[in-house]
Design a protein around this ligand. Structure first.
Ligand code: ZN
Length: 305
């Protein structure tokens, strides 16, 4: 499933290739892909003739900013992909929505399992800090602003304002296990199973640790590790395990560079001990039992002078 580095790769590809392009037509082949506005025909009509100003990302969602201020959101979910196809490229039976550009190219939203969702919203509200108290996003206020879609999302881990101190504040009073908290999009946006496991390995933190048991040094390690794995993931154009591809239709190179994710039984790259797999909150979790010792051992060590 695409996480922050994969979605960022797609967004950067699209920025390079389709910023400035105009959408001449929209064909919706699977109506349920369109989350907003309804019906899907209205989505197609409202988008026709719109020009793309720039393409960005929030959390695990691609944001296509239109020149008129509106924003199209593309949540890839499990198997979604946005691929730029040259004029005359063979048709793709899994293309659920096809955006034909004035120059004849197409942006194809491909999605084998059809869990992804696309919306079109008024601009605004993206830059505000996420509200502490959860707001209800009302259906009655449609079309609501794109910022409302992300009202419950936590901070962007690669944003300048996401400091170790801020992470410390957010961890305080949270008793959830580290692994579960990293996957919680309201805690921190964009991290999923791959990068949570990788970050915890780099930070040498056991995935079952209670979030509020971390020492200040451990919080700094976690902060550094989360940003490092995400940045490296982007550099390598994301990790492809099944369906993920960039907007060029090619898989990323990050999967073979991962240290623990799906390396169960393989030697730890740091100590050589086999990587273990456990299930935390119904999610597969990979870690090194020696480098990432259990909480009891670690708290004993942490209390030593
Ligand atoms: Zn190890």
């Amino acid at each position: 499933m695409p996480e922050l580095p994969e979605v960022e790769t797609v967004a950067r590809d699209l920025q390079r290739w389709v910023a400035g392009a105009t959408i001449a037509g929209v064909a919706v082949h699977w109506e349920r892909t369109i989350a907003h506005p309804q019906p899907a025909e209205r989505f197609a009509v409202e988008l026709r003739g719109a020009s793309i100003a720039r393409v960005g990302r929030r959390a695990k969602t691609v944001l296509v900013h239109l020149v008129d201020g509106r924003v199209m959101t593309v949540a890839l979910r499990m198997t979604g992909a946005l691929i730029v196809a040259r004029p005359g490229a063979p048709e793709d039976p899994y293309a659920r929505v096809v955006f034909t550009l004035e120059d004849g190219r197409q942006i194809r939203y491909r999605d084998v399992r059809k869990f992804g969702r696309i919306g079109l919203f008024a601009g605004g509200g993206l830059r505000r800090r996420p509200v502490a108290r959860r707001r209800r996003v009302g259906e009655r206020a449609a079309p609501y602003r794109v910022g409302d879609v992300f009202a419950r999302h936590g901070p962007e881990p690669l944003a300048r304002g996401f400091s170790a101190a801020r992470l410390q504040q957010r961890l305080a009073g949270r008793s959830a296990r580290l692994k579960s908290l990293l996957l919680d999009q309201s805690f921190i946006a964009g991290v999923g199973n791959i990068y949570a496991d990788e970050a915890l390995w780099i930070a040498r933190l056991n995935p079952l640790r209670g979030a509020d048991t971390l020492t200040p040094d451990e919080v700094r390690r976690l902060h550094r590790a989360v940003r490092k794995v995400l940045r490296e993931g982007i550099q390598n154009r994301g990790a492809s395990f099944s369906d993920y591809v960039g907007a060029d239709g090619e898989p990323g190179a990050n999967a073979e560079r991962l240290a623990v994710y799906q390396r169960t039984g393989a030697p730890c790259l740091r100590c050589g001990r086999p990587i273990a797999r456990i299930v935390v909150g119904q999610r597969s979790t990979h870690f090194c039992p020696r480098c990432q010792p259990a909480a009891a051992l670690l708290s004993t060590a942490a209390s030593a002078p």
